[in-house]
Design a protein around this ligand. Structure first.
Ligand SMILES: [Zn+2]
Length: 371
């Protein structure tokens, strides 16, 4: 191979010379053989550029991903190698990439993008490039991708991921117990009252752990003081919230706090007869923080700004799972995946069963069903 490569330019030169000769008298130039011999082109290294491939998640061993492209000015035979034989193999001569023996890495739910280094050699020189492998999501059960998204958002909203500070993440579930009793105050128009009633009806239908939200007729009976009206009204009503609301330009604000006598009280203020705004603030009182599902066309009702026209099915599902008997106050965050998966697949919760087994001996199944 090495000899062939060097002989080509030499042969071409001889051909050019001989053609010129045949054309006739004008051509007199003859390149002396002594000058031809030293013209041996220097070998240049092969060229390879960063490349991107896509691969559906959970591939089988041997799945072909594509062929890495490289070139060489002298058309030398090229040899490809990869830095991660465990996950990918590359055909040394063709550059075809295949899934290797360990397929565990190719799980979209774990990683969406992988990078490998490919080196290409012409026996004398070598060059490297980065191969990016984008994984594509597949329905790979037992949960659907939608259900996985619900679990992700459940964690995001319940563990307060919005802080983007791992130190601040909650380590266990907080949820309300004992029901919420709302007293509607301020500009209580028929429209506002109807919107509130519609939200409560929707929410209450989601709860299966005994949680219920009701409207009561006096402030004394209530544990949530709802106020509908302009922000100026808050200045006198809840002066301790007013500055914070004004400085942030909020349209609604919900807060829970403890009174001197130990009772918990909650305030919920909205400045508009907007069902989603009310649903958002009530979501806060039901222990949801903000969502990061805030891009078109999917915007959660728990987005911190630019609320959607109505809640997503996902918003309702998060409340449905949070106020499910298998999800309890103080449940460790590490149990969320297993417990929610079991609920979604209609499987009995191992966590709950364990509790009932010790408390109620052999009778736990009956209690589980009436819990
Ligand atoms: Zn909010």
């Amino acid at each position: 191979m090495f000899l062939l490569k060097k002989s080509i330019p030499f042969l071409m030169l001889l051909l050019i010379v001989s053609c010129s000769k045949e054309e006739g008298a004008k051509t007199t130039t003859i390149i002396p053989e002594k000058k031809v011999e030293p013209i041996q082109p220097e070998n240049t290294g092969p060229t390879i550029q960063d490349q991107v491939f896509t691969l559906s998640e959970n591939p089988t061993i041997g799945t072909s991903i594509g062929t890495v492209l490289a070139s060489d000015q002298e058309a030398d035979p090229l040899t490809f190698t990869i830095d991660s034989e465990q996950y990918l193999t590359i055909n040394a001569t063709s550059g075809e990439l295949q899934v290797s023996q360990d397929t565990t890495l190719f799980d979209f739910e774990t990683v969406q993008e992988l990078e490998f280094e490919i080196t290409v050699s012409d026996a004398e020189f070598e060059n490297s490039a980065i191969i990016t492998l984008n994984l594509e999501d597949e329905e790979d059960g037992p949960l659907t991708n939608y259900q996985k998204e619900v679990i992700y958002q459940f964690k995001y909203m319940l563990l307060y991921y919005e802080s983007q500070n791992p130190e601040a993440y909650y380590e266990s579930i907080y949820k309300r117990e004992g029901g919420l009793q709302l007293f509607l105050d301020g500009n209580v128009t028929d429209e506002f009252e109807q919107n509130v009633a519609a939200t409560l009806e929707t929410y209450n239908a989601l709860f299966t752990d005994g949680m219920e939200i009701t409207i009561v007729s006096t402030l004394e009976e209530a544990n949530v003081h709802v106020y509908h009206g302009p922000v100026e009204a808050i200045k006198d009503l809840w002066p301790f919230h007013y500055d914070y609301i004004v400085s942030n330009g909020f349209d609604g604000y919900a807060a829970g706090y403890q009174l001197d006598n130990g009772d918990y009280k909650n305030t919920l203020w909205v400045n508009a007869t907007n069902t989603v705004l009310f649903s958002h603030e009530l979501g806060h009182l039901l222990a949801l923080s903000h969502s990061d599902l805030c891009y078109e066309p999917k915007r959660s009702m728990m987005c911190a700004s630019s609320l959607p026209a109505e809640p997503l099915p996902l918003d309702y599902d998060i409340l449905r799972y949070l106020y499910h008997p298998d999800v309890y106050l103080g449940m460790p965050a590490t149990d969320i995946d297993e417990v929610l998966t079991n609920i979604m697949l209609n499987l009995p919760s191992s966590k709950t069963q364990k509790v009932f087994k010790t408390k109620h001996e052999g009778n736990y199944m009956k209690n589980l069903m009436t819990y």
